[in-house]
Write a protein that binds this ligand. Structure first.
Ligand SMILES: CC(C)(COP(=O)(O)OP(=O)(O)OC[C@H]1O[C@@H](n2cnc3c(N)ncnc32)[C@H](O)[C@@H]1OP(=O)(O)O)[C@@H](O)C(=O)NCCC(=O)NCCS
Length: 156
């Protein structure tokens, strides 16, 4: 497993963040799909070479949150940086008062990943406003997980 640390994103991370997000076609910020990204609720995974992953969330009301973006550079997938970034978002959203966490996802393998590892279930679909994420999938599958039932990071 490569060495990395997860910490809150810094404004100086913007260029690296956009390069990383471009690897998953998630870099269109600002855009109708992603008008902005609040860095104070965004986590980055750093290693000696730069940014290996990014994950964030935002509160949508006092007791609910939504993930913003989650992406791991293709060179560092299966590390498990994605799982640790997602768990950081879940823990921070829960600490901020969220009882549920919603996520929009498009790729079937990633949808399965959210369901199997983090207790998500499908709650709906949403047409994309423009190309964002997987270019050949035109809709989001909306997933939701119950943070009140989540007991914290799972480590094998
Ligand atoms: C989704 C994403 C962030 C995951 O990042 P990652 O660092 O590769 O994830 P992890 O290493 O923590 O988890 C992958 C591991 O989870 C486990 N896993 C994957 N799917 C699983 C499932 N359905 N059930 C149980 N375990 C599963 C496997 O061990 C897998 O490792 P493997 O690929 O060697 O088999 C990454 O694939 C990515 O950036 N995708 C593109 C962007 C995206 O779709 N983002 C989400 C929606 S915006």
């Amino acid at each position: 497993m490569p060495d990395f640390v997860i910490e809150t994103a810094d404004p100086l991370d913007w260029p690296g963040l956009l390069c990383l997000l471009q690897t998953a076609n998630l870099h269109h910020i600002p855009s109708p799909e992603m008008p902005g990204l609040a860095l104070e609720t965004t986590f980055v995974a750093r290693n000696g070479e730069g940014l290996a992953g990014i994950g964030g969330y935002k509160m949508t009301c006092p007791n609910a949150a939504k993930t913003t973006l989650l992406a791991v550079h293709p060179s560092y997938r299966s590390s498990p940086i994605g799982q640790q970034l997602q768990e950081c978002c879940m823990a921070a959203a829960k600490a901020a008062g969220a009882e549920t966490l919603t996520t929009n996802c498009d790729l079937p393998a990633e949808i399965d990943w959210y369901k199997q590892l983090f207790g998500y279930r499908e709650v709906g679909h949403l047409l994309k406003l423009h190309s964002f994420g997987a270019p050949d999938i035109d809709r989001w599958t909306t997933l939701e997980t119950d943070l009140t039932a989540w007991t914290g990071p799972q480590r094998s």
